[in-house]
Write a protein that binds this ligand. Structure first.
Ligand code: FDA
Length: 392
């Protein structure tokens, strides 16, 4: 049986970062992954260009039962640290919108960089390898794998969450947690499209494929980003963002002209050209199919000049406060991340170790820390991996 100082389960974003850092400290490191290649989610992330961090990273852009848990790790390893690594490897990057940093070329560059960092640090990578059994050994842990038994002093679980089973997501981390009596908070799909019941779907069917910038609200949270009508409900960045806050039975509020004072807008339009139909006027501000739908729904006919105050008020509600109740989400099949996971109360915020099981660590998406859309989830993976790598 081979012995390592550190065994890491999962060669994803968090696991590879942790391996490189632990290896740099002179620890012998083995990374196991059941997939045939490392970093498969990195490869498909950001539309193939990997939105690898966000310059606006701050603890309030993460959801967790303990919102303060992520503060320490994000402070110790921030976006600038990862960017410095990216630049050291000569990877060209650009800032898109809202502080999101992407590779100019391909997400594969980030994977190659992490694999190179692991190699330089002497970490071994064993692919196509599943872990069947984990036992507590005298001085650490013993693992039964497809490729024989290994033992280690520190065991780092970096196997991610449940999102996108097709990409190899298993929820394995939660089983390990259960085995060692580590509590888990409720898990659910997040950053995921929302779905409508069939009646409502019928009415919005003609809008499938229409997208626009909107403000989506749930309780005190709102996001101003693009929204897309789909044949199942709603998608697009603004909807994915709000999905992390939405719960079954809740309504979301949709404002399709968030920057506009509607009463003033209609007054200006009427003054400029009262003979224009309401539909044509709205179609200058919204996609035409959506404008059509809104005049139908509000039974608005005629020209701008004919609009009564009551009609304008009705249009204002339809345009700026459409309250809609999704029935569900598209689930883990398409969710970018898993909300919830390893209860942060059980972990040290400094190094991600389990307080009650010396030598055991959980990092990355497996932990109950979930970022907004826009590079925040990778930043959490890098930061939590880095912190565990300093200690494991
Ligand atoms: P990750 O899932 O990356 O890695 C886990 C590893 O463990 C995998 O290699 C898996 O094969 C392995 N594994 C799982 N179970 C195992 C088992 N039982 N035995 C052995 N190995 C096992 N975030 C962001 O910040 N910017 C972005 O652009 C995107 N884009 C994006 C697009 C899409 C389509 C998705 C699905 C997700 C994103 N994300 C994202 C989210 C981001 O991918 C995610 O937060 C990180 O990959 C999480 O990193 P981890 O290392 O924790 O898990």
């Amino acid at each position: 049986m081979r012995h390592f100082d550190v065994v890491i389960i999962g060669a994803g974003a968090a696991g590879m970062m942790c391996a490189a850092i632990a290896g740099q400290r002179g620890r012998s490191v083995l990374v196991l992954d059941h997939a045939e290649a490392p970093g498969k989610k990195i490869r498909i992330s950001g539309g193939g260009r990997c939105n690898f961090t966000n310059v606006h990273t701050a603890p309030n852009r993460f959801l967790s039962q303990n919102p303060r848990f992520a503060i320490s790790a994000l402070k110790r390893y921030g976006p600038r640290d990862f960017l410095a690594l990216v630049e050291r490897y000569g990877i060209a990057w650009h800032e898109k919108t809202l502080g999101q940093l992407f590779c100019d070329g391909s997400a594969q560059q980030v994977i190659d960089m992490l694999v190179a960092e692991m190699r330089v640090a002497g970490a071994e990578l064993l692919l196509n390898t599943s872990v069947h059994k984990i036992e507590r050994a005298d001085d650490g842990f013993a693992l039964e794998t497809d490729n024989g038994r290994v033992s280690c002093t520190s065991l780092v679980v970096a196997s991610g969450g449940k999102s996108i089973p097709k990409m190899g997501a298993t929820g394995f981390a939660y089983k390990v947690a259960e085995q060692f009596g580590v509590p888990i908070t409720e898990t659910r799909p997040a950053l995921v499209p929302l779905t409508f019941e069939t009646g409502l779907l019928e009415t919005i069917k003609p809008l499938s494929g229409v997208s626009l910038d909107a403000r989506i609200r749930h309780g005190k949270m709102h996001f101003d980003e693009a929204m897309l009508f789909t044949h199942r409900g709603l998608s697009g960045p603004a909807i994915l963002q709000i999905s992390s806050y939405w719960r079954e039975g809740d309504a979301i509020g949709i404002n399709m002209m968030p920057e506009t004072d509607i009463a003033q807008w209609f007054a200006e339009q009427r003054a400029a050209n009262g003979r224009t139909s309401v539909l044509n006027a709205l179609a200058t501000a919204l996609p035409r199919r959506l404008a059509q739908k809104i005049v139908e729904e509000t039974a608005t006919t005629g020209n701008l000049a004919d609009l009564s105050k009551k009609q304008i008020a009705r249009l204002a509600v339809a345009l700026q406060d459409w309250q809609v109740k999704p029935v569900g989400s598209e689930g883990y099949r398409t969710a970018e991340v898993t909300l919830g996971g390893i209860d942060t109360d059980a972990l040290s915020a400094k190094d991600m170790s389990v307080k009650t099981v010396p030598g055991l660590y959980f990092i990355g998406e497996a932990v109950d820390v979930t970022g907004w859309l826009g590079g925040y989830n990778f930043q959490w993976a890098w930061a939590s991996g880095w912190c565990a790598g300093q200690s494991a």
